[in-house]
Design a protein around this ligand. Structure first.
Ligand SMILES: [Cu+2]
Length: 122
């Protein structure tokens, strides 16, 4: 093998390892209210399903309104019966756009975070 070929083989191996590791991170699978959705009533809570089980001590979700004011009840927790579900209850919300911000640690100790919005219509 030439140096060039060996270098290429190494890069391919690293890329493969990186993708195998990434697959173990907890990513958002789906949520209620759904990502980018419009709902007609103030939901009682937000519920997020992840692709991996979460570490309860280090996993949080919060919800803010368009002004950045927090509107969840600060009771974010991993579901007792399903460790891949993160939930928080909400104050009664007026029509508007709300942003859900999450930061989780999966059981493989990797941190992932993200956010999405949903809308409450009149
Ligand atoms: Cu991971």
């Amino acid at each position: 093998m030439s140096i060039r070929r060996i270098a290429f083989a190494c890069i391919a191996a690293v890329a493969w390892l990186a993708s195998a590791t990434a697959a173990a991170h907890a990513f958002l699978d789906h949520a209620v209210p759904a990502v980018g959705s419009s709902v007609h009533r103030s939901p009682q809570d937000v519920r997020l399903w992840f692709t991996e089980k979460l570490e309860p001590t280090f996993s949080r979700v919060r919800v803010v309104d368009a002004q950045g004011k927090r509107v969840d009840r600060d009771d974010s927790h991993v579901d007792a019966t399903d460790a891949s579900v993160l939930t928080a209850s909400l104050q009664r919300l007026a029509p508007g756009t709300y942003r859900v911000q999450w930061r989780v640690v999966s059981v493989d100790t990797h941190v992932t975070e993200g956010d999405y919005t949903f809308e409450i219509k009149d």
